[in-house]
Design a protein around this ligand. Structure first.
Ligand code: ADP
Ligand code: MG
Length: 353
């Protein structure tokens, strides 16, 4: 389905590990003063600049986390970086460095890894993070990517999952459900392609949601915005697994309850129309979809005037005493408990699949 733009196929064995690493990392530049030493020695050296250091790692495995039949390698490299930067941002920290480790089978030619690294390079340039090291190994089958992201934050500005208080407002950035619906469209086109390999998918109606799936962005801009607005959230998490599970993490770790208002959940019109087409409930998708990489935070009521009217920040509910539980207040004004995988209609659907 993805056209092979680079027909040349150089076997990895032609280079050897040393030349491969050198080749893949040749375009990386060091921009941060805190990077004392980057790629090339036994370890990198960082200067903490009297700040706290935030570290987060993710592992992506082919066939589990990504499907190369519709994910271009360049996008995969970009997304692998975003997933990690998003975790750093969720601590209210600014990402500064990453390491990149890959396990790769001989199924992949050098040109494939060049594509992957082009995506990693674009992401690190756009988000101003230095690539300071990694590891390279062969694997018996498939591709494995592990990225570690490092960030910095003044000790007093760290935001954890555990600081929410009753009456705090629950705030989400951007809109939800797009990445999941983009995946549904890509999966559908993959099935069509299997039956008719000549078919060219027309994705023009789905550009926003497909982009949300293939090229997510970490909300580093929100960390800058919060600073500008002089708002320090009381708790924060990034939305990788869907709103309901992230809300539950905040509630459990802060020991509070929550009321989330269904009619406040921000949805893009393309998510709504694609949900209608797939006959899925859009609230279910926002609650359970995942991979949106937006930020979910709680802020004190006193800070409401500072965020009011900001198009990036939507108040979707408020925190309660823990014994009030975790609920979705539906459009029909009934209260439905929020459970691990969303709410009832989602489970019904899963069982019939
Ligand atoms: P070692 O044998 O000590 O693990 P390597 O030969 O694996 O060293 O790595 C040499 C240098 O290249 C190190 O700085 C390492 O961090 C970096 N490096 C290795 N693999 C990668 C990779 N896939 N991406 C980025 N940097 C890498
Ligand atoms: Mg090594």
């Amino acid at each position: 389905m993805i056209e092979d733009k680079n027909p040349q196929r150089t076997p990895l064995s032609e280079l050897g590990e040393f030349r491969l690493i050198e080749h893949l990392t040749q375009n990386f530049k060091i921009n941060h003063k805190s990077t004392i030493l980057g790629i090339g020695d036994d370890a990198a050296i960082l200067d903490s600049e009297k700040k706290q250091i935030v570290v987060s790692t993710d592992l992506l495995v082919e066939g589990i986390h990504f499907d190369l039949s519709y994910v271009p390698l360049k996008h995969l490299g970009y997304k692998a970086v975003m997933v990690n930067l998003s975790d750093v941002c969720a601590m209210n920290a600014l990402p500064t460095q990453i390491t990149v480790s890959i396990g790769v089978s001989n199924r992949f030619p050098l040109e494939a890894l060049e594509e992957l690294y082009a995506g990693i390079e674009t992401a690190s340039r756009m988000y101003n993070v230095d690539v300071i090291g990694g590891d390279t190994t062969s694997s018996t089958s498939g591709l494995i990517i592990s990225i570690t992201a490092i960030g910095k934050v003044e000790a007093e500005n760290v935001v954890k999952r555990s600081g929410a208080k009753p009456n705090d407002l629950l705030v989400v950035t951007g809109d939800l459900g797009g990445a999941y619906m983009g995946l549904q469209v890509l999966e559908r086109e993959k099935e069509v392609f299997k039956v008719n390999p000549q078919s060219q998918p027309d994705l023009s109606m789905y550009t926003y949601i497909v982009e949300r799936q293939l090229k997510p962005e970490a909300r580093k801009d929100i960390i800058d915005l919060l600073k500008e607005l002089e708002v320090k959230p009381t708790s924060m998490i990034d939305i990788s697994d869907g709103l309901s599970s992230e809300v539950m993490h905040l509630c459990k770790q802060s020991n509070v309850g929550v009321d989330v208002y269904e009619n406040k959940i921000p949805l893009d019109p393309q998510v709504i129309s694609t949900c209608e087409e797939f006959k899925i409930d859009s609230t279910t998708i926002a609650l359970n979809g995942g991979e949106d990489y937006e930020l979910l935070m709680t802020i004190s009521q006193e800070d409401f005037s500072k965020i009011k009217g900001n198009p990036n920040l939507t108040v979707i509910g408020y925190m309660t005493e823990t014994d009030r539980g975790m609920h979705l207040v539906t459009r029909g004004d009934t209260k439905v408990p929020i459970i691990a995988k969303g709410w009832k209609s989602f489970n019904e659907k899963e069982e019939t699949e």
